[in-house]
Ligand binder design. Structure first.
Ligand code: PGA
Length: 241
């Protein structure tokens, strides 16, 4: 794993946005794996600006989002459909038919997950997957467990994730208890992985990730088997090892 330590959140966002823009420059029909949460918002803001300034073109880009709450409607402001529209897709020239986000309204979650995997495969696979990291080491909604799921699946959120995400909801009881998420193997099949971590609250998990071994108790440690992972941190999230 490579680690890039930036002075602050703005530096982290610029570094990540430049990596994504370079990916698109090299391969205009890149397949991007995208993440939600507060950490990538700065990156998306810069990508929007790069598009507005004519520096990046999303015309032929395909995207697959990591996860979505379940059940949730697309028009719920807390859904990841809504988030992506708000923070990126409505501000760039992406073709809506090239956007793939798991559907939180389906009754057959297993079929939805299967279709999602098939579409990723059909696209040629994810070229660059952007990730955040939970304080408990989750990536996507792959929570710490004795056994991690390989493929895209329906999962139950841990109490710590429900509490962490409750900041976006009116109260903690409104946070969905389940989600659809890419699995660990889905993520590891991406050609390149970029994980973002910002702020002191991520310092502990970043140290565990860098210093420790591979364990399902910290799902992000699975990334250690991948040949092309870049962690972009700010100083607050990286205390050095
Ligand atoms: P955050 O979430 O970017 O809001 O910290 C990261 C995550 O839970 O994966």
């Amino acid at each position: 794993m490579r680690i890039i330590v930036c002075d602050d959140y703005d530096g982290l966002s610029l570094t990540a946005a430049k990596m994504i823009a370079s990916q698109i420059l090299l391969k205009p029909n890149s397949v991007l794996g995208l993440a939600t949460g507060s950490t990538p918002v700065g990156t998306y803001n810069i990508l929007m600006k790069m598009y507005a300034d004519g520096e990046t073109d999303f015309k032929d880009v395909l995207t697959f989002n990591l996860d979505e709450y379940y059940p949730i409607r697309d028009d719920n402001p807390q859904s990841y459909h809504y988030f992506m529209k708000e923070h990126l897709f409505s501000k760039i020239n992406i073709n809506p038919s090239n956007v793939h986000i798991l559907n939180g309204t389906v009754t057959d979650a297993a079929a939805e997950c299967k279709t999602f995997e098939r579409l990723i495969k059909k696209s040629g696979g994810i070229d660059l997957q952007l990730l955040g990291i939970g304080k408990n080491g989750h990536i996507g909604f792959n929570e710490p467990e004795a056994n991690l799921n390989a493929g895209t699946h329906l999962t139950k959120l841990t109490q710590s994730t429900i509490e962490a995400n409750s900041r976006f909801f009116e109260n903690v009881d409104d946070v969905p208890t389940h989600a659809l998420t890419m699995g660990i193997a889905t993520i590891l099949r991406s050609k390149k992985i970029v994980l973002l971590a910002s702020g002191e609250e991520k310092q502990h998990i970043i140290s565990s990730l860098l210093e420790g071994g591979i364990s399902t108790a910290i799902p992000a440690t699975m990334l250690k088997v991948h040949p092309d992972v870049t962690i972009i941190c700010d100083r607050a999230a990286y205390k050095g090892v």
